[in-house]
Design a protein around this ligand. Structure first.
Ligand code: NDP
Length: 293
């Protein structure tokens, strides 16, 4: 059984979802269908992942009613500015083949061109008012940038999706989110990014403390990390293309970590991010054309 979290606008989101970053389009339909088969009800994709169409196909393949699946996607920086962002929604909804998206995020703040970021967020507010999306939010917004956004817009984001795993847990971001009633959603929740390129020398999956706790519970390190998020009130969106891992990563509702175990995992924070510094994201360096639906 999954659990839901109520967002600041009353909409319910499953706490545990399924991520598809780096899932090749040709594996996305089957992975998403498999995730839905074993119980996930939240799928996290993005315009920039190049697999929204296949996410939509996976959902239809599952046979579930549209209303049973929470679809989350993100606008890419190349589609920022008010009009471009409105059209960005049309592209994503068209590829997903849905009329309404449950949660639409700005994928990154464009701190070098913040007016465009504000324009894009105002487009999200319009989409929300028009019922095209059920909730809106941001991703990779650090507290200072979040304050700038809040000062210039009306709707407090429902979600801030940021890098959070045992080696980089961003307590300051989580605190800022909490103060504004924003749900922190952990990307790379098992620290996948610590071994993206096959180097497991500094991988959360091989951490000795997490390994010890996992052994104590007869669970895997992945399951322990996901439990840590859920017990601390975060949403988490693990990714896998392997059916056995897809299932195991969802089987995290039958055990509890102790307060001491949670604290031991908290203590693993290195304060060093693995992902790009959000301030370094510019259209020049990371821009790309998001194709029409
Ligand atoms: P995860 O922490 O989900 O780790 C995924 C990696 O770990 C993959 O290499 C996967 O390989 C492997 N893996 C999955 N399950 C297990 C397991 N049980 N044991 C061992 N290895 C496992 O990290 P991601 O970086 O993939 O992040 C998850 C999601 O977060 C993304 O799919 C995306 O939706 C979102 N995200 C958002 C970002 C943003 O900027 N907003 C940035 C990055 C991610 P395999 O598939 O072979 O199983």
């Amino acid at each position: 059984m999954s659990e839901n979290i109520t967002l600041n606008n009353g909409v319910e989101i499953p706490a545990l979802g399924f991520g598809v970053f780096q899932t090749p389009p040709e594996q996305t339909t089957s992975s998403v269908a498999e995730a839905l088969r074993v119980g996930y009800r939240l799928i996290d994709t993005a315009a920039a992942y190049g697999n929204e169409r296949e996410v939509g196909e996976g959902i239809r393949t599952s046979g579930l009613d549209r209303s049973e699946v929470f679809i989350e996607t993100k606008l890419w920086i190349s589609d920022y500015g008010y009009d471009a962002a409105l059209h960005g929604f049309d592209k994503s909804a068209g590829k997903l083949d849905v009329d309404q998206i449950d949660l639409l995020l700005l994928h990154q703040p464009l701190t070098s061109d913040f007016d465009k970021t504000i324009g894009a967020y105002k487009a999200l507010e319009k989409l929300l008012a028009d019922g095209k999306v059920r909730a809106i939010g941001v991703s990779n917004f650090m507290p200072d940038v979040l304050e700038r956004l809040l000062a210039e817009t009306d709707v407090v984001p429902a979600v801030n999706q940021v890098e959070v795993h045992p080696y980089f847990s961003q307590p300051n971001v989580q605190q800022a989110d909490r103060e504004h009633g924003i749900l922190t959603q952990a990307w790379s929740p098992m620290g996948g990014i610590t071994s993206y390129y096959g180097d497991f020398s500094r991988s959360t999956f091989n951490d000795s403390v997490i390994g010890e706790i996992a052994e104590q519970h007869g669970r895997t390190p992945a399951q322990v990390m996901l439990r840590w998020h859920l017990q601390q009130g975060r949403s988490a969106i693990p990714k896998s293309v392997k059916p056995e891992r897809i299932a195991a990563n969802f089987d995290v509702f039958g055990f509890e970590l102790t307060t001491d175990e949670l604290a031991r995992i908290d203590a693993l924070d290195t304060g060093v991010r693995s992902g790009p510094d959000p301030d370094s994201i510019t259209v020049e360096s990371f821009g790309r054309n998001i194709p029409e639906a």
